[in-house]
Design a protein around this ligand. Structure first.
Ligand code: FES
Ligand SMILES: [Fe+2]
Length: 430
């Protein structure tokens, strides 16, 4: 449970809010490469409450500038791409990718004041199949070189989905190892089935032993389950500062990869879930696109949504061996149901956390600690500024069978050679 002020701290992201300052001090994905091809059209975007337009100029350089024209506010995403910038349709003012006004054709030559006019603008760069923006103050840090962003192109793909609730609800669902035993139970046909998703982990052991350790990049999250055949099944996921996660693939070990995710606020009432799928041996992209196409509309919203009660099939709940949720077999849509129905901004003063919410509690601590650090030192945790240090020797995202008596920290020590992170908290052992 959080107090009302704490809940506001971690959910509010407009410019000037402590949470907004934290999120703005890291690069954030704002669109996928696919949405902004060479010669592509200007794309209106809202990021953390700020209305922006992403565009390519006539030299195909990317720019992210304020959506509303500095003259009298018309939407620049309808503008013409020409003469080194984006031209407003109303009176023809022209803005370059840095937001600088280059031309005011409606003004007589001796009255022009373009040099004094500038739209808000943010630096952008492409990485891992997405376009990232730095909306913070001061010198931008580096975008982390996580494997899911730097692997060969055939091993990764990126897409985004819009969800109608506060960003933190999305993040919390993705760090929560306990819910998969319920919400996603008996979903062997989930999208991961392309590489052999295994249903056992969602239903055979419903009391996973959970652990979480704070690390330089966020937190490492352990869930240990005992299968009926005696195998000890360990999942290691991660929380990445400040709004990212890495859930591992649900196939049986040895797993072929994982997803990197970023939950980027559109405003405080909705967010984009960016998904960076990483598979070591390559991805069947056509399969992913087809599977996703059935579940996500062209407007990037789930087919199953609150307006249609997530197309829940109540008969499926009664059926022997039926899905637990009766909402089909696409786990992200099930997650969307869980997070959106908690309220646009979940009132965390009213919740009752249990022992299996240990990860939620620790991730909130990390987030509140990051906001405090940002406020007191001006520097957020885990920011990378040295290209030689843009690496993560203590990062692992995997699922594996481990020997009796071993736990998550011991596994990581054996496999990675890293000592357990600070503040390890393991839920009650068997
Ligand atoms: S409102 Fe854009 S040029 Fe006038
Ligand atoms: Fe989930």
């Amino acid at each position: 449970m959080l107090s009302k002020p704490q809940n506001e701290l971690v959910t509010q992201t407009d410019a000037g809010t402590p949470g907004g300052k934290l999120l703005r001090s890291y690069w954030q994905p704002v669109a996928t490469d696919e949405e902004m091809p060479i010669g592509g059209h200007p794309l209106p975007l809202k990021v953390m409450g700020e209305e922006l337009v992403l565009f390519r100029d006539d030299q195909n350089r990317l720019g992210l500038i304020g959506l509303h024209c500095a003259h009298r506010g018309t939407d620049l995403s309808y503008g013409r791409v020409e003469n080194g910038g984006l031209r407003c349709l109303y009176h023809g003012w022209l803005f370059d990718i840095n937001g600088q006004c280059l031309d005011q054709p409606a003004e007589p030559d001796d009255k022009k004041f373009c040099h004094k006019v500038r739209q808000v603008s943010y630096p952008v760069q492409q990485k891992g199949g997405a376009i990232w923006a730095y909306m913070g103050e001061g010198e931008a840090p580096l975008i982390p070189d996580y494997q899911f962003l730097t692997a060969p192109e055939e091993c990764r793909m990126a897409f985004r989905v819009i969800q109608d609730c506060n960003w933190l609800q999305g993040l919390e669902s993705s760090t929560d190892p306990a819910h998969v035993s319920y919400l996603h139970r008996l979903s062997p046909g989930m999208i991961g089935a392309q590489i052999g998703s295994d249903a056992r982990m969602f239903g055979e052991d419903i009391y996973p032993r959970l652990g979480v350790e704070h690390t330089s990049y966020g937190a490492r999250i352990y869930a240990l389950r005992k299968f009926k055949d005696g195998k000890n099944y360990l999942r290691v996921n991660n929380y990445l500062y400040p709004n990212g996660t890495t859930p591992v693939s649900s196939e049986p070990p040895p797993v072929g990869g994982y997803q990197g995710r970023a939950y980027v606020p559109i405003d405080d009432n909705s967010h984009c879930r960016f998904e960076f799928v990483y598979r070591k041996e390559g991805i069947d992209k056509a399969h992913w696109i087809k599977s996703k196409g059935k579940e996500v509309n062209a407007d990037k919203r789930h087919v199953r949504n609150a307006a249609n009660r997530y197309l829940q099939d109540r008969e499926e709940l009664k059926r022997e061996g039926g899905d637990f949720a009766g909402m089909g077999r696409y786990a992200p849509a099930q997650d969307a149901f869980a997070i959106e129905t908690a309220g646009v901004i979940q009132d965390r003063t009213q919740e009752h956390l249990g022992s299996t919410d240990i990860v939620i509690i620790e991730v909130r601590k990390a987030l509140l600690g990051a906001i405090k650090q940002m406020e007191t030192t001006g520097e957020a945790p885990g920011l990378l500024r040295d290209p030689n240090n843009n690496k993560f020797p203590d990062f692992i995202c995997t699922a594996d069978y481990i020997p009796d008596g071993e736990d998550g920290p011991a596994y990581c020590k054996r496999v990675l050679g890293v000592a357990p992170g600070r503040g390890a908290h393991l839920a009650a052992a068997e």
